[in-house]
Design a protein around this ligand. Sequence first.
Ligand code: NA7
Length: 544
Amino acid sequence: MPETKTLPASLDAIIVGAGFGGMYMLHRLRGLGLSARIIEAADGVGGTWYWNRYPGARCDVESMQYSFSFDEALQQEWTWSERFAAQPEILRYANHVADRYDLRRDIHFETRVESAAYDEAADRWTVTTDKGDVVTARFCIMATGCLSAARLPDIPGISAFRGETYHTGYWPHHKVDFSGKRVAVIGTGSSAIQAIPVIAAEAAQVTVFQRTPNFSIPSRNAPMDEAYEQSWKSDYRAKRLKARSMRTGILYDINPQSAIEVSEAERLAEYERRWANGGTAFMGAYHDLILNKASNDTAAEFVRNKIRSTVKDPVTAEALAPKDHPIGTKRICVDTDYYETYNRPNVALVNLRRTPIETITATGIRTSDAEHEFDAIVFATGFDAMTGALLKIDFQGRDGRRLSQEWEHGPRSYLGLMVAGFPNLFMITGPGSPSVLSNMIVSIEQHVDWISDLLGHMKARGQGCVEATEEAQEAWVAHGSEVAQRTLYPTAASWYMGANIPGKPRVFMPYIGGVGAYRERCDEIAARGYEGFRLAPERAAAAA
Ligand code: NA7
């Protein structure tokens, strides 16, 4: 168990969250000679990989790319056992990072931040926790993650069920034994698509309740190939540099052609090749798959045909074939035997578009046409993405401005890093940055490095306050929305758009301009003396 420590009353920086973002931030702040602590709700490090322990949980970015690059020794010494790492291995890596850089001594576990208020006179944030701590800090850095506020659906009767219930994003730490049990899975997003084949291999019976089908590409996961590992390790520097310039921060081959420029035979061969290689690189088959509906249709139909040829029952196959959104405009899933699982005799699909859930009962789920009995229900119903974890904290900025009010019509930020009216408050991979559309570790390192450079710049100049200007924020929000409109993304009712949460504003939250272009923009802004940010000396800030 983590030791209980008291938080110092005053610090240079508070970091919220001990996932990859928070841990690397702490490491960099120490390097700047700043006093900092992480406050973390869990009793261990790892963030997303701490909570999402559901069966089959796995990263859909290749292991060789889903790791820190800031320390050559770390990236050379760590070894991954599979092409795509599973959750337990990624959590071991997170723990290794915490130990290697001696981070735990500055992490306060099992403590949740409840509020953060900016005190203009002192130019400091006052942070309160659920343990009664009151800490002041000059800087407040949110490393709360984009998919960390798990969401249960508002299905009637949800609390009536007397069997076991689980949420994929809040999975218990003990092994859940489904053997001999009748299990319901509600949802068919990435989490469900990973979990269903593993649960089906153990349970007596699995019934999947699907509202909207998703596109999924086979991972072709395999034990790590030593030659492949060496090809990365011997050239890590150059490969990482290249990855950072890519649209997603993942190094894979993106075909510069348009899908509709080439012959059908050529196109099918390209899709077949990528399908056989596995993973999200499928979406790199043609550069315009997310830009042009006609191009997108060719890839979507290819995947639908794969589903039709894999799933033996034609009614189930057709129900699983997505038709209401372009491929890739909802997070593309990566699976191991997902579609094949529907050929098992112990797996059934309930199409909620035809027979919606009426209520959860004490013994199971009642749909419009049947009563289903279960021993366990797994909610794979997703997250209040990108803004959920941030807005759980009551932020009060300059002049009493509340973040919840500022974001009433959707999140507004400058670069996804800061919000006007909230000086010295940073977000790592916040809304308005590429975040969930990218390799998260690449984006985390870029944000942490950028924030650290800014804090170093301020320290060297005796500055104590930085704030995004309203004008810069307006321009960035307008640019983000303009870039999104050039793509097919806003046409899908996705969690990128806030569409999975009733009443949440429909705004495309991440920045789709690409990881490479975004990094260049952030670097240019820094090179121009942090254009769009107001920097003030420590004392002047207090008087401003
Ligand atoms: P997702 O992708 O948000 O998937 C949630 C699923 O749950 C999705 O299929 C939803 O259907 C379904 N859902 C939500 N509410 C309901 C109700 N009330 N009834 C039936 N079905 C419902 O979450 P995941 O955890 O799978 O993945 C999140 C990200 O984590 C993923 O993209 C990766 O980046 C890792 P809907 O589509 O809303 O009809």
